[in-house]
Design a protein around this ligand. Structure first.
Ligand code: LRH
Ligand code: MN
Length: 439
């Protein structure tokens, strides 16, 4: 196990010191803002400390592939101090956790994060207060020397040799994940066609299901299997696992431990994603989320950066289910973003903050009033009831929750004043990996 370089030990203590000093300087103004909001909410019959407790308990996993520079099919621009291996990725994930206190879980992607020593990686994570959350397989890229190419698909490929290869890769992910203490496996495939007639829609889905049955059968005890749908890309005419209906069907076919995972960017523009979330909750098959945002396609932009009201409406459905005690309701929250032009740590920090904001605002919805307006068919007041929650500035609650949990009142200010990126740039000579693609 790579020893934690002396610098990075010192450095993490430095971040802790930066957090304390900066929080000290902001304590008085936070107390004033918090007090003002507390009085406002008390008038609305809301206990602000209850919301702080809920914000402190919120959890969202960070994608290991999110701390590196992301790219598009056109280009990927290098990031100074970019992590060069899974251990350095976890170092950066630790900074996100230290500042926000809501991201201890890390999702890994195989083979990008295949550990040479799983026990060492698990200990490295635990030593930093982190744990391995969901495993993600990759049957959308060929590996060097791979004979059975995924060019025309993977788990749904017409050639059983390729399907075998893809199944075995997923079984390897389950094995690695077991040794890392993970508790779920996420399967997204890019299988599909670029032209009408290229892929038989029914036979390809049947082949996919056949392959998934073998993966499901090998699922370790206590694990969940997440099926991630996407309406297009990399295939540009038809996609085998194209929408929530197909995902739901497959999850029910596979069994009680298979669920649908909703990546927000995997839906056509204008699709009502919060309604899909509500359906999957009602059908008992909502497994989790890949949160991000998008203007057009699967843009993988920072959560809450383009459509914050949609994010709020999604959490409104989630909190409604949480508060009404829907049986088995336990969705896994994960971020899945590509940071092409920002410092990934800053984007992950602000995205985690935006998720907690939407979650707390959703708890501010007066659900009795909303229910009454719905029953009375009073659409205007129903919408106003939601808007009152969405337009409440809960920033003091979010900051107080971070502070009480040992995080930063202003995480970006602390991160920038810490000089972390500059230090890592010195510590990690840049790989200068020019090229294109998501990572
Ligand atoms: C596909 C996806 C999927 C991945 C990948 C990194 O678009 O959302 O979750 O595995 O991005
Ligand atoms: Mn995703």
């Amino acid at each position: 196990m790579p020893q934690r370089p002396f610098e990075s030990v010192i450095f993490c203590e430095l971040i802790d010191q930066h957090i304390q000093d900066d929080n000290q300087a902001r304590a008085a103004s936070l107390a004033e803002d918090y007090g003002h909001l507390a009085r406002q909410l008390t008038r609305r019959g809301v206990d602000i400390d209850d919301l702080v407790r809920r914000a402190m308990a919120f959890r969202v996993a960070v994608p290991s592939w999110g701390v590196g520079a992301g790219g598009t099919r056109f280009a990927r621009f290098p990031l100074a101090g970019e992590p060069r291996d899974v251990f350095e990725k976890l170092e950066d994930c630790e900074v996100v956790f230290k500042l926000t206190r809501v991201t201890p879980g890390i999702s890994l992607h195989i083979p990008w994060d295949r550990p040479s020593d799983a026990a060492a990686l698990r200990a490295f994570a635990h030593g930093r207060g982190l744990f391995i959350d969901s495993m993600n397989s990759n049957t959308f890229q060929d590996q060097p020397g791979q004979a059975a190419s995924y060019k025309f698909g993977s788990l749904s490929h017409t050639d059983k040799v390729v399907r075998r290869h893809a199944i075995d890769h997923n079984l390897e992910c389950l094995d690695i994940g077991t040794r890392l203490g993970a508790r779920s496996h996420t399967v997204w495939i890019g299988d599909g066609g670029n032209f009408p007639g290229q892929v038989h829609f029914r036979r390809s889905l049947e082949r996919y299901l056949q392959s998934m049955r073998e993966i499901y059968a090998a699922l370790p005890d206590g694990w969940r299997l997440f099926i991630e749908h996407k309406f297009y890309e990399p295939a540009f005419y038809s996609t085998v696992l194209n929408d929530w209906g197909t995902s739901y069907h497959c999850a029910t076919q596979l069994g009680p431990r298979a669920f649908s995972l909703v990546d927000l960017g995997h839906h056509a523009p204008n699709v009502n994603v919060e309604m899909i979330v509500s359906r999957l909750i009602q059908f008992g098959k909502l497994g989790g989320f890949h949160f991000n945002d998008s203007q057009y396609g699967d843009d993988d932009l920072d959560a809450g950066s383009i459509k914050p009201f949609q994010l709020f409406l999604i959490f409104n459905e989630l909190v409604d289910a949480e508060r009404s005690g829907v049986p088995g309701f336990d969705p896994a929250y994960m971020l899945d973003q590509s940071h092409n032009v920002t410092d990934p740590i800053e984007s992950l920090v602000t995205s985690a903050v935006e998720l907690v904001r939407a979650y707390v605002q959703a708890h501010l919805v007066d659900r009795d009033a909303l229910g009454a307006y719905q029953e009375a068919n009073d659409p205007l007041m129903a919408l106003q009831t939601l808007k009152q929650a969405f337009t409440t500035d809960v920033a003091p609650i979010l900051a107080m929750a971070r502070r009480r949990a040992g995080g930063a009142i202003d995480p970006i200010a602390v991160y920038r004043s810490s000089g972390y990126r500059r230090r890592k740039t010195a510590e990690r000579p840049s790989a200068a990996r020019l090229g294109a693609g998501i990572v």
